[in-house]
Design a protein around this ligand. Structure first.
Ligand code: HEM
Length: 260
């Protein structure tokens, strides 16, 4: 039997995951067994899937992709479509062509007189807007009574002017044509060994390119973007960057000028 999942079901699950995540950051722990609204939103999409035992919970499969992809794809869409990429329609066309034929060759293919590839476009989105901004580890030393939590600030490494130059905050895919060793070391959107993300080498970058390309195939020149609130940095500027906060860009609208 084919089951129809409505946009509302998807939206509700996304809302519940986000709400649970924000509550946990505020220290309001809510155990999954007691999180009835999250359970209900899962059940609406996976009615026959048991989630009473942690191993069977569909969230195991959903969370890694959801928590990483939506944020970086949304920023990439705005940056490439309407900010830095406003002057470069060829960037949108390159990604749209990759979505049409999502092969390795197409991802790495160099375009233009100052050549860049889809990989460069995606790397630059991941540099400016890393979905995982900090990686935390808990250490317990033999001589200390309490464990200590330490955080590696990936976002700071990705934006450091000492490493990336004075235009560190600018979206410039061209920089990936000549990256230095210290830039390679500072770029860690997928973490670093020994706990590096399994999506790092292939799936992660290419699924971002595929989703961006799919969006650019649908949203052509007859669509305009309207952003409200303080998350939009205003007029185009090379030092401007969109907010990478989770709740930012909530007031973003796509307006179609086409009259059918
Ligand atoms: C753009 C997409 C993604 C980004 C930026 C990303 C980022 C990361 C980062 C930073 C870590 C390291 C976390 C740490 O050290 O504590 C990590 C680990 C991990 N990621 Fe991803 N991830 C992405 C997509 C995915 C997807 C789609 C999956 C699976 C469906 C996935 C599965 C995992 C797993 C299983 C680990 C744990 C690896 C280990 O501990 O050995 N990731 N990811």
């Amino acid at each position: 039997m084919v089951r129809c999942i409505s946009d509302n079901n998807i939206e509700s699950l996304a809302h519940e995951i986000t709400h649970t995540w924000i509550s946990s950051k505020r220290g309001e722990e809510c155990h999954f067994d007691e999180n009835h609204s999250l359970q209900a939103s899962i059940q609406a999409i996976f009615p026959n899937q048991g989630f009473r035992t942690p191993e069977e919970n569909p969230l195991n499969l959903i969370i890694p992709g959801f928590e990483t992809l939506w944020r970086v794809v949304l920023r990439g869409f705005v940056e490439i479509g309407f900010m830095a990429g406003h002057q470069h329609p060829e960037w949108r066309n390159m990604l749209a062509a990759f979505a049409q034929m999502p092969t390795r060759e197409q991802f790495l293919k160099q375009y233009g007189s100052n050549p860049i590839s889809c990989q460069d476009l995606v790397n630059e989105v991941l540099r400016l807007y890393p979905p995982t901004r900090r990686i935390r580890r808990t250490f317990k030393w033999a001589i200390a009574s309490k464990p200590v939590v330490m955080a590696a600030d990936l976002e700071a490494c990705h934006r450091s002017k000492d490493i990336w130059g004075i235009d560190a905050m600018a979206y410039d895919p061209q920089r990936w044509q000549a990256v230095t060793d210290s830039q390679k070391q500072a770029f860690m959107p997928f973490g670093s060994a020994p706990f590096e993300c399994p999506a790092r080498p292939v799936f992660g970058p290419r699924i971002i390119g595929l989703l961006l390309g799919t969006l650019f195939r649908e949203f052509r020149d007859d669509w305009a973007l309207e952003l409200h609130g303080d998350s939009f940095p205003g007029p185009l500027g090379w030092q401007r960057r969109l907010s990478n906060e989770r709740a930012a860009l909530s007031e973003m609208y796509m307006i179609c000028s086409r009259v059918d």
